[in-house]
Design a protein around this ligand. Structure first.
Ligand code: HEC
Length: 443
């Protein structure tokens, strides 16, 4: 008897959701797939196939069950107990259960063909919630040779827009993201007496003399903003009266690190900008810490990873003023095993920033805090990175392992311990300011 009751209860658990309704695609599953999967699984994005319609999803249910159960999809690496983020794309336990129960119940479509989504639909060519106001990109496709060489190219993108604009969000765009290892861009305002169209369209740092790069020096007197992209990254957005101002005239110097390719490919890259009419009262800044940035020489011990070793490094940096953090962006390469960052205030309090216990080079992100995080002046910001340079690391590019350090352009087979912070000078009450993008859009 008891057995039967349990079987019946189990039956209900599997076939119904918490509200006792039958789980159907349109009613229950589509909104989850839309919010947590389709940003990548749609045309032009990173996912290998689309998950936009019932038929896209239903033909892959056993595959989907596997990746959802194992946690492989959606990719989300930070430990949410250490610090949770506003752009978290992981599934809640409830969402996981809904998807799995639906699949176990033969994935019924349901009657209501009207797809229920969060209300926003995707726009091709952007991860953001609306069309860009301005796209600045290279003017012709760049041919990347398929000779298995990594390449570093600096593109010059001149711009002259009628007036300076208040930036609400920005993102990197490319016609061929899968061949890009990473990208960085600096936005330089340029004085009227300097010709922004002078100098070559690009400088090839890998094949040509590095002296060529000097032709861009006239553009580099000032810098408005510095951004970047690594696989998995979406966009950066700034709420309310926060942001930065896109200068009227200048040059973007966009450095792209192309992955080694077995066949010729081409690429057109640039940035999308989203403007707002409301004033920007507080300007957002960026700082890059560690390899290639501030404090590089203070990484302890000296940044060198002997073959067959698992090694931990740390970097401690004093916070020079009261700051409020918006975004945090950890970066390591293939030997990375775990990454952690926290700040210890002068009174001994620890502010947890991020922990990625199981680093995966493929899935990186600019993590947006739920609320602005105050880091008081005098706090010691600590970054810890652990690297596995043994043959037990399946991502180790060298077999047998060899000594690795960080050098010049830092190829993917070199290593980095880097953390980029997007921050503001602190103002009273910042710690209560939410950074949730949906909330911002409603305002
Ligand atoms: C951040 C982007 C992103 C998100 C979000 C995402 N995926 Fe993926 N997904 C990918 C990429 C890229 C691959 C290819 C990965 C690879 O080949 O290693 C992939 C692969 C897959 C695969 C094939 C796995 C395999 O072994 O080949 C399935 C199934 C899948 N995703 C389902 C989902 C589902 C379901 C969701 C939401 C619950 C989701 N994905 C969310 C980017 C994403």
């Amino acid at each position: 008897m008891l057995d039967r009751i349990i079987t019946i209860l189990l039956f209900f658990c599997l076939f119904e959701n918490a509200y006792g309704q039958k789980i159907t695609y349109y009613e229950h599953v589509a909104p989850i797939i839309h919010n947590k999967c389709a940003s990548c699984h749609r045309p032009g994005e990173a996912g290998p196939f689309s998950l936009l319609t019932y038929s896209d999803v239903v033909k892959r249910v056993s595959f989907i069950k596997d990746v959802v159960t194992s946690g492989f999809m959606p990719p989300w690496k930070p430990d949410n107990h250490y610090r949770a983020f506003a752009n978290d794309r992981s599934l809640t336990a409830e969402e996981k259960k809904t998807i799995i129960s639906w699949i176990d119940n033969k994935a019924p479509e349901g009657n209501d063909k009207q797809e229920k989504t969060s209300g926003d639909t995707f726009i091709e060519g952007t991860q953001y919630t609306r069309k860009p106001d301005l796209t600045l990109k290279v003017n012709k496709p760049f041919e990347v040779k398929g000779d298995n060489e990594e390449r570093f190219i600096v593109f010059k993108i001149p711009f002259d827009i009628a007036t300076a604009k208040n930036v609400a969000a920005m993102e990197f765009v490319s016609s061929n993201k899968k061949i890009i290892h990473h990208a960085n861009f600096a936005i330089h305002p340029v004085a009227d007496n300097i010709d922004i169209n002078q100098a070559a369209d690009y400088v090839n740092l890998t094949d040509d003399s590095r002296v060529n790069y000097d032709q861009y020096l006239p553009f580099k007197k000032e810098m408005t903003y510095y951004g970047g992209w690594i696989p998995g990254t979406s966009y950066e957005s700034y709420p309310a009266d926060l942001g930065w101002i896109m200068p009227k005239r200048g040059v973007i110097l966009l450095t792209i690190h192309y992955a080694p390719l077995g066949k010729d490919e081409n690429d057109i890259s640039g940035i999308n900008l989203f403007f707002k009419d409301t004033p920007i009262k507080r300007v957002v800044n960026v700082v890059s810490l560690g390899s290639g940035g501030v404090g590089e020489s203070s990484i302890d011990p000296y940044f060198m990873i002997q073959a067959d070793s698992v090694k931990k490094f740390n970097l401690k940096i004093l916070t020079p003023q009261d700051q409020s953090l918006l975004y945090i962006w950890p970066h390591m390469h293939l030997l990375g095993k775990s990454f952690k960052s926290y700040a210890v205030t002068s009174t001994g309090d620890t502010i947890k920033l991020i922990s990625i216990p199981d680093w995966d080079f493929r899935w990186q992100e600019i993590y947006r805090f739920n609320k602005l995080i105050k880091v008081p002046k005098g706090s010691v910001l600590t970054i810890e990175g652990v690297y596995d340079n043994t043959k037990n690391n399946p991502n180790n590019p060298n077999n047998p392992p060899k000594m690795i350090f960080s050098a010049n352009d830092m190829k993917s087979t070199d290593e980095m311990l880097t953390m980029i912070l997007v921050f503001l000078k602190y103002e009273g009450g910042d710690e209560n300011k939410h950074l949730d993008i949906l909330e911002l859009l409603k305002k």
